[in-house]
Design a protein around this ligand. Structure first.
Ligand code: ADP
Length: 570
């Protein structure tokens, strides 16, 4: 269970790591670029503000040296009309809110503004105090009654011989400065040392206290965080301020303020999200491709395994079948050997009557020859007795041959292959069936060759084949006919032909089938195995056996065998 969950979990973690990594990297890059641009813009804004204020500062110093102004400062009780005109003109040209000349005690002597009455006391203003001490004064303030934000420059008015007579004070409304860069995309503001925003291109930020956040005065509700080396403010400042912004600062010691900028990071975030989504999509596509590849390999492996298994099954089946087959073969071989033996015994059964007659006849002859010989000896005719005795010996030899043939024929073991004299085989077979042939008055036509005809085969089994063919011929003939025996040689083959004058074969194509017989079952007759046994015997010698009905009548069987090696050469 755990192992099954492990792979998807790892995959998911990898996916999250890749996507998160790409997001983080993209965001860091985008923030770097934002900061770079923001810093450049902030520097520009700061320079511009300083440049604008510089104009007022120079104007203030210049007016402080104006003869009309100095005159008024020298004689504060004189008519301020000339000075008023100078101040008014300068204010109109520079767009200052108000230009004022104060006396040495800080009391207003003249103003660019008609309505502004003389007698006002500006000695409290820090810049005026500084100017009356002989230095150029500068400060900013929020006008108590109107709430207007003012920059104030104060330049000392010196007498010819040195001491300060008064000061020229220029009050500049920040609106005049701000109006130039309202609506710029980047939020810029300038805060003083107390942390109050004094100038900004966004109304929402003006006079917001950036330091004291707890008292509810902090309109921004900002929360600062650091993100990859950047300071990010999380704002809660209404629809015109971004939710999250990059905060940049730049100290402006010339005017005693800090320039600050807020750059919306939403585009950077969008870009980072887009890139991470692209990475996620790529991950999914690549992952899917890899998964498909892996699946295919797995399917292939499964198929190969299945094939290997099927092959193994097939092989064991083949091995099993082979074993069964060889067992069956062995059984067949044994059965065949048994059949051969059975065929022989059946032939012997058929021949036994004839053979016992054949043995009986010489036995009777021997008996009478022996009796006669005894009489001849009594009569003193040893010559004739000896003649009888030699006949007896001949007959005994003949009987011995018959018995030997029978023994050989009946022997169970199958002799091996070798070179066999076919003439001797036919002679032995003829001797075995002779009693039967003579009883049926069948004549054998055979011109016995002078030399042996050597062939490849087993003597006893070959004899069995010939006995079988001769017995079948005798069966077919019945009474009083002829059997012809002949040898032929062509090349390396030798054939033995046995023909008879019987009625011929009824179904030549079936006679080699086992258990095919036209003879009556029972009696002395066979069971249709003789020819099929002969067939397999001859086949086992590499020979062949065939049968036909010759045109002149009867049946003819031909056994063809390989000639023996030595005989072939001859
Ligand atoms: P069986 O002798 O027991 O019938 P065989 O296999 O020796 O069995 O012979 C099969 C059959 O072939 C015989 O029944 C017979 O019909 C036929 N046959 C064999 N030899 C001859 C022959 N010389 N002439 C005519 N038919 C024959």
């Amino acid at each position: 269970m755990l192992r099954r969950l492990l792979a998807p979990l790892m995959l998911f973690l990898l996916f999250a790591a890749v996507t998160g990594g790409v997001w983080w990297n993209a965001l860091a890059h985008a923030l770097d670029r934002l900061e770079e641009r923001g810093r450049a813009d902030l520097a520009l804004s700061g320079d511009r503000l300083i440049g604008q204020l510089q104009r007022y500062r120079e104007m203030t110093v210049l007016i402080a040296g104006h003869p009309q102004i100095r005159q008024l400062a020298e004689r504060p009780d004189s008519d301020p009309v000339q000075a008023h005109l100078v101040l008014q003109k300068a204010a109109d040209i520079t767009g200052s809110d108000e230009l004022v000349v104060v006396g040495v005690a800080g009391q207003v002597l003249a103003s660019s503004d008609d309505a502004a009455r003389a007698g006002r006391d500006l000695s409290d203003a820090p810049s005026v105090r500084r100017a009356l001490q002989g230095a150029l004064g500068f400060h900013h303030e929020v006008e108590p009654g109107t709430g207007r934000r003012l920059f104030v420059y104060a330049a000392p008015v010196f007498s010819d011989d040195g001491p300060v007579l008064g000061a020229v004070v220029a009050r500049i409304d920040t609106e005049a400065v701000e109006v130039v860069w309202r609506g710029e995309p980047m939020i810029v503001f300038f805060s003083d040392r107390q942390g109050t925003v004094f100038v900004s291109n966004r109304d929402e930020l003006i006079l917001v206290d950036l330091v004291r956040r707890d008292g509810g005065r902090n309109y921004l509700g900002q929360d600062a965080r650091r993100l990859g080396g950047h300071e990010i403010w999380v704002l809660n400042g209404g629809p015109y301020l971004p939710r999250r912004a990059l905060h940049l600062t730049r100290p402006l010691p010339v005017i005693g303020m800090t320039g600050e900028a807020l750059v919306d990071i939403a585009p950077a975030e969008r870009q980072a999200i887009l890139q991470s989504m692209l990475a996620a999509a790529a991950f999914v596509v690549v992952g899917a491709a890899l998964y498909a590849l892996w699946e295919r390999r797995r399917a292939l492996a499964t198929r190969l395994a299945a094939e290997a298994e099927a092959n193994a099954r097939l092989e064991t089946r083949v091995a099993e079948r082979t074993r069964e087959l060889s067992q069956a073969n062995e059984l067949l071989r044994r059965t065949q050997a048994e059949l051969v033996q059975a065929g022989k015994l059946s032939a012997l059964g058929q021949m036994s009557a004839g053979i016992s007659h054949e043995l009986n006849q010489p036995l009777m002859a021997i008996q009478s020859y022996a009796e006669n010989a005894a009489q001849f000896l009594q009569r003193g005719e040893p010559g004739r007795a000896a003649d009888n005795l030699s006949r007896i010996a001949d007959l005994a030899r003949r009987m011995g041959r018959i018995i030997r043939n029978l023994r050989t024929f009946a022997r169970q073991e199958s002799d091996g292959m070798g070179d066999v004299d076919l003439v001797a085989v036919v002679q032995a077979a003829l001797e075995l069936v002779e009693p039967r042939l003579s009883r049926a008055a069948i004549t054998v036509d055979w011109s016995v060759p002078d030399a042996p005809v050597m062939v490849r085969g087993g003597e006893v089994r070959l004899q069995q084949v010939v006995v079988n063919l001769l017995s079948n011929a005798a069966d077919a003939i019945g009474q009083g006919g002829r059997i012809g025996i002949a040898f032929d040689r062509h090349g390396t083959r030798v054939s033995l032909r046995i023909r008879d004058t019987g009625p011929g074969i009824r179904e030549p194509e079936r006679i080699f089938d086992p258990f095919y017989s036209t003879k009556e079952v029972g009696a002395s007759e066979g069971m249709g195995l003789g020819l099929s046994i002969s067939y397999s015997i001859v086949k086992s010698f590499g020979g062949s056996i065939s049968a036909r009905n010759p045109a002149e009548g009867g049946a003819e069987f031909t056994v063809e065998l390989d000639a023996a090696q030595g005989a072939r050469a001859a």
